[in-house]
Ligand binder design. Structure first.
Ligand code: NAG
Length: 501
């Protein structure tokens, strides 16, 4: 099987359909007059949310946020770049032939440690003076070597997204390295990755007693070879081996000896490598015991510029918001060339009646006011996170919406099926719940109940999804809005910035 098999067929069909429609997304402006406070606290005892620059505040006593009626969503939002994709984009840029401008890096410790490590290894990284999220990396056209004969000591804090890929990639070059971090980093296992690298012939070790960093590397280039590793361990280990493999001189084969548990994450890595010109050959079933081959001839080529993708399921709120209100929203940070399957959610909105325009790194959504949203019946097995957003969009549609193949909802931190059924019901919908699907009948004339308090069950996606009910012209009271901090701390601020009342 080839690379294509790694991605869901849903996503590939989606891409094929849109191939003809690729065009630069029209950029819409946020009207300054629309910046009216949308979120208000329900009493005077308020505190502003840490680091958020917006008019909303939470009611501390009840720990709620009231989202006031939203008439329309219009504008451009850029999803914050994902942490692991930020560091992977930087590493692959460093291994590539040519210079790469990397945009939309997440501003976080993990990324700062990776950038400092590149500085220390004398990989030129030019910062954009006007934009801390943009850098240009001078590719080394092959592995990264130590800058001198001295031991190159890299301090990586608690940045697992830097430690693991670097531990693998630096085995491919030449020189002595020690990779270390804060005390917590010395408690985070890395032995399985070290074992895989040793099988490929690397002279690398971690602390034997703990199986944790510091990692010591005596690198002298690597011919490649075969490694057999567990697929039950962190997918980051497999991803790190895959990303390093093209820097070896010969063929590299990595096989899974038991079962691969996080196939979608591995597909994401393979998709990113493809953007840098390397195709991973996959043999066997991605959900079983696949093996991966990277031929010795495979070399990274700079894509010239790359926008670090945001979390594609986070795009679903803005995409649905535009479809629901008929406003025009451009979401930057995922698009037709996204490595994440969740962008297929835009196709579901299109099926409901929205107009979707795809660009390589952005998606623009609107709806003709004469076209009403219509209920749909879709298999959401490949997009379970974005499917939660569909449940709220269903409240605004004509006719019922059937969300199929979402048994995985029941296995999350929260029993998402029960949570969605309960909260949609409070808003006025009639929901039929089955083992692995549900049917949502919208409220009569799509009139959503006002002033409903939404329980969020410590589930960031519940908070974000259900805030869209305010598009029905009602107040929505979100309990524990701070739970969005897990993946998207600026969500409400961003929503407010494009909302008009
Ligand atoms: C919802 O709450 C607002 C503000 O407290 C109030 O003005 C409005 O009448 C309430 N709506 C309903 C339907 O109770």
């Amino acid at each position: 099987m080839k690379f294509a098999s790694a991605l869901s067929s849903f996503f590939l069909v989606a891409c094929a359909n849109q191939a003809a429609a690729f065009s630069a997304a029209p950029s819409t402006k946020i009207s300054s007059t629309s910046r009216i406070p949308v979120f208000t606290a329900s009493n005077e005892n308020i505190r502003s949310h840490t680091a958020l620059n917006m008019a909303w505040a939470v009611d501390e006593e009840s720990n709620t946020l009231t989202v006031t009626p939203i008439k329309s969503l219009d504008g451009t939002v850029t999803l914050p770049g994902s942490k692991s994709l930020s560091n992977r984009c930087l590493l692959l840029a460093a291994l590539s032939d040519g210079n790469t401008k990397v945009e939309n890096l997440l501003e976080s410790d993990d990324i700062r440690y990776m950038l400092e490590a590149l500085d220390q290894m004398k990989v030129p990284v030019e910062r954009d003076p006007n934009d801390p999220t943009t850098v240009t990396v001078t590719g080394q056209n092959g592995p990264i070597n130590a800058p001198s004969d001295e031991v190159c000591e890299l301090f990586l804090g608690n940045a697992g997204t830097a430690m693991r890929p670097l531990a693998a990639a630096l085995c491919m070059g030449k020189g002595k390295f020690v990779l270390d971090g804060v005390p917590r980093m010395r408690e985070r296992p890395i032995a399985d990755l070290i074992d895989g690298l040793k099988q490929l012939g690397a002279d690398v070790s971690c602390v034997e007693e703990t199986g944790c960093p510091p990692v010591t590397i005596n690198a002298d280039g690597l011919n490649g070879g075969t490694a057999s590793i567990s697929g039950k361990m962190s997918s980051q280990f497999l991803s790190s081996l895959l990303m390093a493999a093209p820097a070896a001189t010969g063929d590299v084969t990595i096989s899974i000896k038991d079962e691969l548990i996080s196939a979608p994450y591995v597909s994401l890595t393979i998709g990113l490598m493809k953007k840098y010109g390397v195709e991973v050959e996959i043999e066997g079933d991605m959900d079983g015991t696949p093996s991966f081959k990277i031929p010795g001839s495979a070399k990274y080529e700079s894509p010239k510029s790359i926008l670090v993708e945001g979390d594609a399921s986070s795009a679903s709120y803005f995409i649905a918001g535009a479809a629901i209100t008929g406003g025009t929203v451009t979401v930057r940070g995922c698009g037709s060339e996204s490595v994440q399957g969740d962008v297929a959610f835009a196709n579901v909105m299109e099926q409901m009646g929205a107009k979707v325009t795809w660009a390589p790194e952005s998606i623009t959504v609107t709806r003709d006011p004469d076209v009403k949203l219509k209920g749909v019946d879709v298999d959401c097995g490949k997009i379970p996170d974005a499917a939660m957003t569909l449940a709220v969009a269903a409240l605004f549609a004509e006719g019922p919406t059937t969300i199929r193949n979402v048994y995985s909802w029941r296995l999350k931190e929260t029993e998402r099926m029960k949570a969605i059924v309960a909260e949609c019901t409070k808003l006025g919908a009639t929901v039929e719940e089955f083992r692995d699907y549900c049917i949502i009948h919208p409220p009569k004339d799509n009139i959503v109940n006002d002033n409903v308090t939404i329980e969020t069950y410590d589930d960031h996606r519940m908070a974000m999804t259900f805030s869209l009910a305010a598009c029905a012209g009602v107040n929505v009271i979100i309990h524990d809005p701070g739970c969005t901090a897990k993946t998207f701390p600026t969500y409400f601020e961003m929503l407010e910035s494009i909302a008009s009342v």
